[in-house]
Unconditional design. Structure first.
Lengths: 489, 69
C-alpha cells in the first residue's frame, strides 16, 4: 500500500509544480510521475537524461566526476591524473570511500590526488608539455604504478590540447598503458556521459591488451562489474560468489587492478551490479568476446537469494548446489537479523533520491525489513533505468527524475517519510527539518551494505538512524513555545 | 546492436537507450536478413538486407523510419 492514493499523488505533483514559471513547469512535469506497475515502458510517462533546468538546485555531477570519480578512480594500481586546474581533483578526492588493499603511495594510489594544476600560462600556451613532464615525474616518484590515465577537466577540451599524442608517446616510452580520457566536465548533461566515455576508453585502451595471451581458465570464471567497493561492498559480494564455487577473476573497479581488467575478456560470465555505469562495456564484451552478462542485486536476503540462483543458472549443477548451500547457510543468520530489527522498523516509510542502481536495488532490502519505499528517484538515470524501476516499486508511488531542491523539500513535507536516503548535499537540509536521514551514496561512513554480511550492517544502521531519540529534540525553540501556548489555550 | 533475447531478437540503440524486442523482421533467413524491423514499442527501423550475421550480438547501422524516438 502506498502512503497516498494515485489521485493524491498526482495532486501533490501539481501543487509542487505550481511555483514554477509556465515554461519551467512544463519541462519539470515531464520528470515527475506516479508509478503504475502495469506499464511496460517508462518512455511515455517520464523523461530522463535531459539537461537540468537552469536556475534550480540540482544534485548532478559532471562527466569528469563520472569518469575519474566513479569508473577510473578506484582502480588501485593505476594513477589517474586530473589534468586541468587543481580544484576538480582536490575536492573530489577520497569522497567515495572505495576501499582497497595496498600501501597508498607505494603500489596503490586511489586516495592520492595527481593533478597538472593548470595556471594561466597553461591555458594560453597549452598544457601538453606540462602533462608530459608530469608523467615523467610520476614514473620517477611512483615506479610501481601499473599504468596512468589522463582525466581531462574542462579547460583541456576548451583549448584543444592533444592529450592523445602525449599519452601515446608516454606509453611507448614507459611501456605501460597511458590512457587519455576525454571526460571534460561540460560534456553531456550529467556524470552519466562520463561513465560512458570512461567505458569507451577502457574498451579502446585496456580491454584487448592481453588478447591471444595464455590464461589459465576454469569453467567457473566470472567478473564483478560495476561494484565500486564502497565501504567494502565488493568484498562482501565476492565472498558469496567464491563460496558457491565461482572464481572471481576481476573486480571493476572497486579494489580492482589493471591486470584484472585486462583479464576480464577471459571470463565465462560478467556479473553487472551497477547497470548505469558499466552496461556499455558489458555489451561490448558480449559482442566482441561472446561473454553473456547478467544484472544482479545483492541488497537484502530476498534479492540475494534470487540473484544467486539466477547466477547459478548459467553454470552446472556443482554451482547450483553451491548457491543453495550458501543461501541455506546464511538464512538462519538473516532470519535473526530480521527478527531483531523488523519489529522496530515495520511499516516505516522511506524516501530515496540517489544515483546509479540504488533507487531500485535497495527497495528489496527495505521490504525485507518490513519498510516501504514511498518515493524514489535518480539523479542521472536514463529511460532504461526507469523501465527497471517501475517493476520494483509499489503502485502509485512517487518517482522523480533529476529532482530540484524545491521539489524534494515539498515531497518530503507532504509524504512525511520516516527515513530519507540521499546524499551529503541533501543530508543537513533534512536534518534541520527533523527527518532521520541516511546517506545512501557513501553509506554514511558505514558499510558494506551488499551481500549477507552487508544486510546485517544495513539493518542495524537503519534502526540506529530511525529510532534515534534525537529527532524529537530538533524543534526550534520559537516553534516549541507556540506549541506550548496552543496547548495551554 | 541486435542480440538474441529469451524470445527472439532484441534491439538496442546506444545513447538513446532504446532496448526493446523485435516483433517482426522483414527478412530472416541465412542468405537475406534484415529489412524493415518493427519493435514492441511501435518503432520501425530499416536495416540494409544482408546475409545473417554469424553470431549475435552484432552492431549495425539502422535507419529510423517511424515511431518513438
Amino acid at each position: 500500500m502506498s502512503a497516498l492514493t494515485r489521485e493524491a499523488t498526482e495532486t501533490l505533483i501539481q501543487e509542487v509544480l505550481e511555483i514554477y514559471p509556465e515554461k519551467a513547469r512544463k519541462d519539470r512535469a515531464k520528470h515527475l510521475m506516479v508509478n503504475d506497475t502495469e506499464l511496460e515502458s517508462s518512455k511515455k510517462c517520464i523523461t530522463s537524461n535531459r539537461k537540468s533546468l537552469p536556475g534550480v538546485m540540482t544534485m548532478r555531477g559532471c562527466a569528469y566526476a563520472g569518469s575519474k570519480g566513479v569508473v577510473w578512480g578506484p582502480i588501485k594500481d593505476m594513477i589517474s591524473i586530473s589534468h586541468g586546474p587543481i580544484g576538480c581533483g582536490q575536492y573530489a578526492r577520497g569522497g567515495r570511500r572505495n576501499y582497497y588493499v595496498g600501501t597508498t603511495g607505494v603500489d596503490t594510489f586511489c586516495e592520492m590526488n595527481f593533478t597538472s594544476d593548470f595556471q594561466e600560462k597553461d591555458i594560453v600556451f597549452g598544457g601538453d608539455k606540462k602533462l608530459a613532464k608530469l608523467i615523467d615525474e610520476i614514473e620517477m616518484l611512483f615506479p610501481l604504478n601499473k599504468g596512468i590515465s589522463v582525466q581531462s577537466e574542462c579547460p583541456v577540451g576548451l583549448i584543444g590540447d592533444d592529450i592523445e599524442a602525449v599519452s601515446k608517446k608516454a606509453a611507448a616510452q614507459l611501456d605501460k598503458p597511458v590512457v587519455p580520457v576525454r571526460c571534460e566536465g561540460f560534456r553531456g548533461v550529467s556524470q552519466s556521459l562520463g561513465h560512458h566515455i570512461a567505458n569507451d576508453s577502457v574498451r579502446d585502451w585496456i580491454l584487448s591488451n592481453r588478447d591471444g595471451q595464455p590464461f589459465e581458465k576454469t569453467p567457473y570464471d566470472v567478473a564483478i562489474l560495476g561494484d565500486y567497493n564502497i565501504g567494502g561492498d565488493a568484498w562482501a559480494s565476492r565472498i558469496l560468489l567464491e563460496e558457491m564455487g565461482l572464481r572471481v577473476v576481476a573486480q571493476w573497479s572497486g579494489d580492482g587492478t589493471l591486470a584484472e581488467m585486462e583479464n576480464t575478456p577471459f571470463v565465462k560470465l560478467n556479473l553487472l551490479h551497477c547497470y548505469r555505469s558499466m552496461n556499455y562495456i558489458s555489451r561490448h564484451m558480449e559482442e566482441k568476446y561472446g561473454i553473456p552478462w547478467l544484472e544482479y542485486n545483492f541488497f537484502g536476503p530476498t534479492k540475494i537469494a534470487e540473484s544467486l540462483r539466477k547466477i547459478a543458472s548459467f553454470f552446472d549443477d556443482h554451482i547450483k548446489e553451491g548457491a543453495e548451500r550458501v543461501i541455506e547457510k546464511y538464512t538462519p543468520a538473516m532470519n535473526e537479523v530480521i527478527a531483531k530489527y523488523k519489529p522496530r522498523l515495520q511499516g516505516k516509510k522511506v524516501m530515496l533520491y540517489v544515483g546509479g542502481l540504488r533507487p531500485r536495488h535497495v527497495v528489496g532490502a527495505y521490504e525485507d525489513l518490513g519498510m516501504e519505499v514511498v518515493g524514489t528517484g535518480y539523479e542521472f538515470a536514463h529511460n532504461d533505468d526507469y523501465d527497471r524501476t517501475i517493476k520494483d516499486m509499489g503502485d502509485a508511488t512517487l518517482i522523480y527524475d533529476d529532482a530540484t531542491g524545491h521539489e524534494l523539500d515539498e515531497f518530503v513535507k507532504a509524504l512525511k517519510p520516516d527515513l530519507i536516503g540521499s546524499g551529503i548535499k541533501e543530508k543537513y537540509v533534512f536534518h534541520k527539518m527533523g527527518f532521520p536521514f541516511r546517506q545512501m551514496h557513501s553509506w554514511d561512513y558505514s558499510g558494506p551494505y551488499h551481500g549477507y554480511d552487508g544486510f546485517a550492517v544495513f539493518a542495524k544502521d537503519m534502526d540506529l538512524t530511525l529510532n534515534n531519540p534525537c529527532w524529537k529534540m530538533l524543534k526550534a525553540p520559537w516553534l516549541k513555545e507556540e506549541a506550548a501556548e496552543l496547548k495551554a489555550a | 546492436m541486435i542480440r538474441r533475447g529469451d524470445a527472439g531478437y532484441v534491439f538496442y540503440m546506444p545513447k538513446r537507450d532504446i532496448e526493446d524486442q523485435i516483433t517482426s523482421m522483414e527478412f530472416d533467413s541465412p542468405e537475406k536478413w534484415g529489412g524493415e524491423i518493427r519493435l514492441k514499442n511501435g518503432g520501425i527501423y530499416f536495416i540494409e538486407p544482408q546475409s545473417a550475421p554469424e553470431r549475435l550480438p552484432c552492431s549495425l547501422r539502422a535507419k529510423r523510419i517511424d515511431g518513438v524516438e
